[in-house]
Design a protein around this ligand. Structure first.
Ligand code: ADP
Length: 468
């Protein structure tokens, strides 16, 4: 049993320490705790204040009401001070219509004959009351209030009482004749229990509300700490992501060296004398595959550079027409192999069409877009145009290829996106080219867009601001 409690205690201490550590390492949690304490505290404070105000208002209201009731009563009581029956009737009426009044009596000071003590002068005698049993009986307990009321005949005098937890108010008002002589005193006892019950129920309701608020705050707190857990998780994920990026970048660099060696030897071997046609075919396949692998490694390196913000640009002012011409020329052979026509329409080129770009990156953009046009066109032609419009230089690559739907077009510049249809089944690719192209175009202050009709062809348009 002792062990059980000891373990429980250990468990509690450990979790408490954990909680403190978590709070200390997360300033947001401290902030939430302070907010929770402030909300609860101000709620309790306000509730207490309202209860005080309500009590006060209740007391005032009751006193004002009894004051005016007594005023009315004394205004006729002086003429009827000897008419007990009349006074009792009036008192009964008042009692019937005021449920907070527990007792209402008229006391006069006179000499009575007591069976035990004989003649007792200046006794406080009840001459009318809502309680018939006390009529004509002495009430010496009221002597103090009687004296108080007699000392200030124009006002009601009130003293609070507590009868076993029940709050009572005893109020007295002198009955005077026309000359101002005190004939007697009207004395009322009122209970505040009705008001207290109402206030008590308000307090209970407030406490329930407070409880709900605290639960809500705790839930909020729980959610908040879960969000903080997610933030921790997110930080860790970012670290892992960074590690992955570093690894990819390092691995790609390391792949480059053996690839260059393979390509070098393949080229060397292809120049050897007396090669059989089969060997030549093998070597060209080695060369093709290493080229593909090389461009894949380049793409991966570019992706990691872009994502880590490490891509650098050597911006210079150029007219891109020479570059376009070169790229188009480099692709004539592959186009011819597919029976495609490829041309560069220079009809709209003007002398002063200069743009600020990195030449190598522009070449990368053109190779990718014109290369894709050849790749995804089976018959027809590819035309590249350069023209000026609204102070921008446009390069438009039009093909009569497979085209694409609006849905496919919408995802075109996403990383790794490839349109998987029958026509593209045999075409190899990674889905990285357009993502990289769009990123570097925008990095150089350019824009890229596509117009396409499924089965008819596509136009890829890149544009840059013209500089003077
Ligand atoms: P990859 O060509 O390596 O698949 P890209 O990012 O260059 O990657 O292109 C993404 C996809 O966009 C391609 O898989 C292809 O489906 C589609 N695409 C690109 N260019 C064209 C084009 N000129 N005509 C039709 N589809 C194209």
């Amino acid at each position: 049993m002792v062990w059980y409690y000891l373990n429980m205690f250990k468990f509690f201490v450990l979790n408490f320490q954990k909680g403190i550590k978590k709070i200390a390492s997360n300033p947001q949690l401290i902030y939430t705790i302070i907010i929770a304490i402030l909300i609860t505290g101000s709620f309790v404070f306000m509730a207490e204040k309202f209860i005080g105000i309500a009590n006060d208002a209740q007391e005032r209201l009751i006193n004002v009401r009894i004051g005016s009731l007594q005023d009315a009563f004394v205004s006729f009581a002086s003429d009827k001070i000897n008419d007990s029956e009349y006074l009792n009737n009036k008192i009964q009426n008042i009692i019937n219509t005021n449920e907070t009044i527990k007792s209402f009596k008229v006391i006069v000071k006179k000499t009575i004959i007591d069976p035990n003590t004989g003649m007792t002068p200046n006794s406080y005698v009840i001459i009318a009351s809502n309680n018939p049993e006390e009529i004509n009986k002495a009430d010496n307990q009221s002597s103090f209030l009687y004296a108080l009321a007699s000392s200030d005949p124009n006002n009601s005098m009130t003293t609070p009482l507590n009868d076993n937890g029940e709050r009572l108010f005893k109020t007295a008002r002198a009955i005077t004749d026309k000359a101002g002589n005190v004939l007697g005193v009207v004395m009322t006892t009122q209970t505040l229990s009705f008001a207290d019950i109402a206030i008590q129920s308000s307090i209970t309701n407030s406490r329930i509300l407070l409880f709900i608020v605290i639960i809500l705050i705790l839930l909020l707190f729980l959610r908040h700490s879960r969000i903080i857990d997610y933030v921790d998780l997110y930080k860790k994920l970012k670290e892992v992501d960074q590690l992955k990026d570093d690894f990819i970048s390092m691995a790609s660099h390391e792949l480059r060296t053996p690839l260059t060696i393979i390509r070098g030897y393949a080229e060397f071997a292809s120049g050897a004398p007396e090669l059989s046609s089969q060997t030549k075919d093998y070597i060209s396949k080695i060369d093709m595959s290493t080229k593909e692998l090389d461009s894949l490694v380049s793409d991966i390196l570019d992706v990691s550079r872009i994502e880590q913000g490490r891509m650098s640009f050597k911006i210079a002012k150029i007219n891109p027409s020479d570059m376009i011409e070169k790229v188009v020329a480099s692709l004539i052979l592959s186009a011819k192999e597919k029976g495609l026509n490829i041309s560069f329409d220079k009809s709209k080129i003007e002398n002063n069409q200069y743009i600020n770009v990195d030449e190598d990156r522009l070449k990368q953009i053109l190779v990718n877009l014109i290369g894709n046009a050849v790749k995804y066109t089976n018959k027809g032609e590819i035309i590249v145009r350069q023209y000026k419009e609204k102070e921008r230089l446009y390069i438009r690559i039009s093909d009569t290829g497979i085209g694409m739907t609006e849905e496919e077009k919408a995802k075109l510049f996403e990383k790794f996106y490839r349109i998987r249809i029958k026509e593209t089944e045999e075409i190899r690719g990674t889905g990285l080219g357009l993502w990289i192209t769009a990123k570097i175009t925008r990095e150089m202050n350019g824009g890229i867009s596509v117009e396409s009709i499924k089965g008819v062809g596509s136009h890829f348009i890149v544009s840059f601001p013209i500089v003077n």
